[in-house]
Write a protein that binds this ligand. Structure first.
Ligand code: HEM
Length: 290
């Protein structure tokens, strides 16, 4: 998907170029992963905005009822999309492929399984990558020396992405786990069957694992961070998420050579969510570029 992601990034930057100022979330971090995941799954372009609206409401819903209503609306939409898939001949997308695929015994994904898969991929596939691009850009803008080092040697980019995932990872908490047997941790026994909420963001800043964990350092060895989860549920879309952020950040900082924050960091608002970590807006200023 590299050429398509590059094309989308270039188009978004072309649109930003003449203005001299922008909200990076709205101009780049949000539309890039949304377009990519919708392309991948076969969500028609004209439905993207509506889809994004539901998705954002699920993440930042002011009440449980509002979140559930957005979830239902998105599920209803996906259900219609999934129903239509097996009958479409175009079908080069992932949902069509999943709808057609049967295993050796002829077993197919049941409609509700396909729907669950569509929901999981659409939702987890873009809400996270938005935050990696915007949190990553923000960290670099606040550390101009490290941004300069990156511009001077893009071989640092892979390591920088791992540090972004560690330092300000897009996902703070993982989905609920259940203790299969009693577990002793820090003088507490978690009984079998009890729910456990693991805070990935805390693990990624554990001082026993990372020296000076609150320092952003693109040259550190950030391996072992929990930004993409751990174990059997480790992120399925990790290569895609990393690729999107790598392309977006490199294209942005290569073309936009004097970009700076256009606000006091103290005034920046983070999206109200207990499990995702992402900026609501990221205002920047730059000399118009080509
Ligand atoms: C860079 C951005 C991304 C980050 C930071 C991220 C983070 C995570 C994390 C922390 C988990 C583990 C959740 C848990 O243990 O409860 C996870 C799982 C998952 N992610 Fe991602 N993700 C990203 C991008 C993507 C993309 C682009 C896709 C889809 C194309 C995706 C699909 C999934 C799926 C399907 C799972 C569930 C895997 C399982 O339970 O076996 N993610 N992700």
């Amino acid at each position: 998907m590299r050429p398509r992601i590059q094309e989308v990034a270039d188009e978004l930057l072309d649109a930003m170029a003449p203005h001299g100022h922008a909200d990076l979330v709205e101009s780049l971090a949000l539309p890039l992963p949304t377009t990519v995941i919708c392309d991948l799954l076969g969500v028609p372009a004209e439905d993207r905005e509506q889809f994004c609206g539901w998705s954002a409401q699920i993440v930042t819903a002011p009440s449980v009822e509002a979140g559930a209503a957005a979830g239902e609306a998105l599920t209803g939409y996906l259900s219609d999309l999934v129903d239509a898939k097996p009958h479409r001949d175009a079908g080069g997308d992932l949902l069509s492929a999943l709808a057609r695929t049967a295993d050796d015994d002829g077993d197919r994904l049941a409609p509700d399984e396909l729907l669950g898969m569509a929901f999981l991929l659409l939702f987890s596939g873009h809400e996270t990558a938005i935050n990696l691009i915007s949190n990553g850009a923000y960290a670099l803008l606040r550390h101009p020396d490290q941004l300069a080092a990156l511009r001077a040697g893009w071989t640092l980019l892979d390591g920088a992405l791992e540090e972004m995932l560690r330092y300000e990872g897009p996902v703070k908490e993982c989905t609920l786990r259940f203790a299969a047997e009693p577990v002793d941790i820090a003088d507490v026994t978690i009984p079998a069957g009890e729910r456990v909420l693991l805070v990935l963001a805390a693990g990624s800043r554990d001082p026993r694992r990372f020296a000076e964990p609150d320092r952003f350092d693109i040259r550190r060895d950030a391996r072992g961070h929990l930004g993409l989860g751990h174990g059997i549920h480790h992120c399925l879309g990790a290569p895609l998420g990393r690729l999107e952020a790598a392309i977006a950040l490199r294209a942005l900082f290569e073309r936009c050579t004097d970009i700076t924050l256009d606000t006091d960091p103290a005034d920046l608002a983070w999206r109200p969510s207990s499990w995702l970590r992402g900026l609501a807006r990221l205002p920047v200023r730059y000399t118009p570029f080509s």
